[in-house]
Design a protein around this ligand. Structure first.
Ligand SMILES: CC(C)(COP(=O)(O)OP(=O)(O)OC[C@H]1O[C@@H](n2cnc3c(N)ncnc32)[C@H](O)[C@@H]1OP(=O)(O)O)[C@@H](O)C(=O)NCCC(=O)NCCS
Length: 157
């Protein structure tokens, strides 16, 4: 099977991604607009011209990878790790990258530990709202644990 290609979202991608979202989510448009305003890098993974995963690298002092997700049918074949690698390349000049992982998400935490992230001891509990796959707005409260990874300078640069 082909490898996924990861690249920053472009204007012409937004309608393609949005067409696969439940009504009212509006995640692709909002995140693309935030990227264009310089607040994040919106990374999208493509497999045979289909968007199969994404993540946002927030431009905060320690860049933070947020909302990493891969569609269920394509999990477990390295696409999450590829999105992570692309985020690390983009964050390299900052020396570090952070990620918050829900306390109820040990699978994702295991992936990040394997990729070299380490616990910082910082946790945060927050409430957020989202539109679920059936198009219903939901609210959830989650405790996230923050992990960080040191990024060495690229020896070739
Ligand atoms: C976490 C996630 C992005 C990983 O993407 P992926 O493409 O499956 O990741 P990879 O194939 O590169 O790596 C697989 C690893 O992901 C982790 N994982 C977490 N949930 C998984 C799932 N449902 N299926 C497969 N792997 C999963 C496992 O640790 C697995 O490693 P293992 O071989 O040690 O079990 C993806 O499972 C996902 O979208 N989950 C739902 C949303 C989510 O939890 N996002 C993380 C927010 S911090």
């Amino acid at each position: 099977m082909e490898d996924a290609v990861v690249r920053p979202c472009e204007a012409s991608d937004v309608d393609v991604i949005a067409a696969r979202e439940p009504e009212g989510r509006d995640y692709a448009r909002t995140t693309f607009d935030r990227q264009q305003a310089g607040r994040c890098l919106y990374l999208v993974a493509w497999l045979d011209d289909e968007p199969v995963g994404s993540g946002e690298l927030e431009w905060v002092p320690v860049p933070e990878l947020k909302n990493l997700q891969v569609i269920p049918a394509c999990r477990g074949r390295g696409i999450g790790a590829a999105l992570n690698r692309a985020a690390e390349e983009a964050a390299r000049g900052h020396g570090r990258i952070a990620i918050g992982v829900g306390s109820d998400n040990p699978g994702a935490k295991r992936l990040y530990l394997r990729l070299g992230y380490r616990p910082t001891g910082r946790t945060e509990t927050y409430t957020y709202s989202y539109v679920d796959d059936s198009g219903t707005r939901q609210s959830a409260t989650e405790t996230a644990e923050y992990l960080e990874k040191e990024l060495a300078e690229d020896p070739l640069s």
